[in-house]
Design a protein around this ligand. Structure first.
Ligand code: GLU
Length: 609
């Protein structure tokens, strides 16, 4: 969370910083700010509460001259979204933009107050500015001052520091939150996400944990946590810039929902041939290790947790490999027992999710056979730190509510399960069945997308509701959870999901004639059981919305709406059933008039724990 951009150039840089912030806004949007300094040392500081557009409007009213600058779009952790808490945070000549949390900020605040520093904000970040300022007084360069300051910081940071007495260079430091250097001709940049620099450069160097970098117009110096000068590999990004735009769609979320058939086709074309799964990233070492795997431990957060939950059904029923799944923020702080021959799998769209990354690091000390991540960003920390990684290659996802990254994760997970069936069973029939079923998936999704208008109309019945219940059984229970998450995060309607069999253990008490209940009822072996649960809700007057197939025998009646989906192969049904729920949530949010690409209090790429 929080988007950072810094630049050292030979031209006025404010517009570049503002354009970069617009691109980074998905990482936080409760306030934004920038500071530029020109070669004469004149600084301009501008901060505004709210979205980046507020900052852009304010910037249009003034002259912001300066070739060196830093900018930030915030997702508040410490201190309300007020102007004084927006970044950059300043201590005389030292300005800081920061992503992360300084956990010992109270202690440092007292220490620095004792040295005479006056604090003007409620942020944890302000201690960094004063601490660097204090260290600078002890002499040496800004780089040395930062090197002396960082050992005092506990917690996480990706930060960029500017000394307005000495423009023409920036210091960046990384511990826990991502930072990337972008190299251009006669100017250099530092940013949280390379996407923000795509109009300027394609050459990027990722800082590693503990790195501190100094960038000037023509120089980049990186020192590691042991103060050794190091070279980090520069990569050239070939990601499509167009995917950062909404194109003809009204919202990123809508665009990303509609991109799902293409994203899935891409995965299948690049990874399946003649009923066999190929993961080119996995070498013979991976295959040898996979053959030993008897248990899979999946750790993830949010939407990725739900895709992991769906896959548990696949791991156990198809590959006959036991699987458990846990929320990363829980896993990392408990003492767990590692099962024998266990593979540790992490799932994350951004690959920078702080809790998931911490869980991966912890897993390395616990005796797992190895680690594998499934991720959408090849250059992410999670990918770099896992033994093996599989890319979802879904393209950039900007909408805060995940859509295409969820279905792409599910497809890669199902292919992985298929691979294990082929590898361990030496019997490729299950692998072939999975691949053949998956080949039909894009067409099924296209058919569901044709229901767009119907779902838009249906959304009217939800817009004035305060609560919605979602139910499902088996691998559709996690789909109910994901559906509820979509609805609550963008429409702010309270939504809960239950395993249908659990209703009688408490949630049935919530049912009255006003309560909408969304039911996921594919034609599978659990349908008769689910039908009984539906009757239990019906008997208590609940408003039923049943997503099902024509063959299920449900008929529209008063208080019971049937939404008919295609008849599907059982194994891929959960991937299809999330689509109407994504569209429904989207249209409910539109009716409620929320800022659905940037829902309140949330942000994408959750780099704080
Ligand atoms: N802790 C800092 C603040 O609240 C940065 C927050 C973040 O990175 O999300 O301002």
């Amino acid at each position: 969370m929080c988007g950072i951009i810094g630049a050292v150039a030979q031209r006025d840089i404010a517009d570049v910083l503002l354009a970069g912030l617009r691109c980074l806004e998905y990482r936080g949007y409760d306030s934004a700010g920038l500071l530029v300094v020109n070669t004469q040392g004149q600084t301009s500081l501008l901060r505004r509460v709210g979205k980046v557009s507020n900052l852009v409007d304010a910037a249009a009213q003034m002259v912001l001259s300066g070739e060196t600058g830093i900018a930030h779009t915030r997702w508040a952790t410490h201190g309300q979204p007020e102007e004084m808490n927006a970044h950059p945070q300043v201590s005389t000549n030292i300005s800081v933009v920061h992503n992360g949390i300084i956990e010992n900020h109270e202690l440092l605040r007292k220490y620095l107050q004792g040295k005479g520093y006056v604090f003007l904000s409620e942020t944890d970040t302000e201690v960094i500015a004063h601490l660097v300022h204090w260290e600078q007084k002890n002499g040496g360069s800004l780089l040395e001052a930062v090197q002396r300051a960082v050992p005092h910081l506990r917690g996480t940071y990706g930060m960029v520091i500017l000394d307005s007495y000495s423009p023409g260079r920036l210091i960046a430091a990384r511990s826990g939150s991502p930072l990337v250097i972008g190299r251009s001709i006669g100017e250099n940049f530092i940013v949280s996400d390379p996407m923000a620099l795509f109009p300027i450069t394609r050459f990027f160097t990722y800082l590693e944990e503990g790195d501190i970098a100094q960038i000037s117009c023509n120089d980049i110096i990186i020192v590691d946590q042991y103060s050794n000068c190091v070279q980090r590999r520069e990569i050239e990004s070939h990601l499509e810039y167009e995917s950062c735009n909404k194109g003809t769609y009204t919202h990123y979320m809508q665009k990303e929902i509609y991109e799902q058939p293409k994203a899935i086709k891409n995965i299948l074309t690049s990874r399946c041939t003649n009923g066999v799964v190929f993961f080119n990233e996995l070498d013979c070492h991976a295959h040898a290790l996979f053959e030993k795997v008897q248990h899979v431990k999946i750790v993830a957060c949010g939407t990725s947790y739900h895709s992991g939950m769906v896959s548990r059904y696949w791991w156990e029923s198809l590959a006959k490999i036991s699987c458990d799944i846990e929320i990363a923020s829980e896993f990392r702080y408990r003492q767990s027992v590692v099962r024998e021959n266990s593979l540790f799998i992490t799932l994350s769209q951004s690959g920078e999710t702080a809790d998931t990354l911490a869980a991966l690091r912890l897993s390395k000390k616990l005796g797992y056979l190895g680690s594998l991540s499934i991720c959408n960003v090849a250059s992410s920390s999670l990918v770099r730190e896992s033994d093996f990684a599989l890319m979802t290659n879904a393209g950039i996802e900007v909408g805060v509510a995940s859509t295409k990254s969820f279905t792409s994760q599910l497809v890669v997970l199902l292919l992985l399960v298929a691979k294990f069936c082929g590898l361990q069973d030496k019997n490729s029939s299950v692998e072939k069945y999975i691949v053949e079923s998956l080949q039909k998936l894009p067409d099924y999704i296209d058919q569901v997308l044709l229901q767009d208008k119907l779902l838009s109309e249906l959304s009217e019945e939800f817009a004035d509701k305060n609560h919605v219940i979602f139910i499902g059984r088996g691998d559709h229970y996690p789909i109910a959870m994901e559906g509820a998450l979509k609805l609550k995060e963008i429409s702010y309607i309270h939504a809960e999901a239950y395993a249908a069999g659990e209703l009688k253990h408490g949630p049935l008490a919530l049912i009255d004639t006003h309560m909408p209940v969304i039911i996921l009822a594919p034609c599978n072996t659990l349908l008769p059981k689910l039908k009984s649960n539906i009757e239990e809700v019906r008997a208590r007057g609940g408003l039923l919305y049943i997503f099902t197939e024509a063959q299920s025998g449900f008929l529209n009646s008063e208080r019971m709406r049937i939404i008919v989906l295609p008849h599907l192969e059982e194994v891929i049904a959960p991937i299809v059933y999330i689509l109407p729920l994504q569209l429904l949530s989207y249209y409910v949010a539109i009716r409620k008039g929320t800022d659905l690409d940037k829902p309140r209090n949330l942000a994408k790429s959750v780099t704080v724990e």
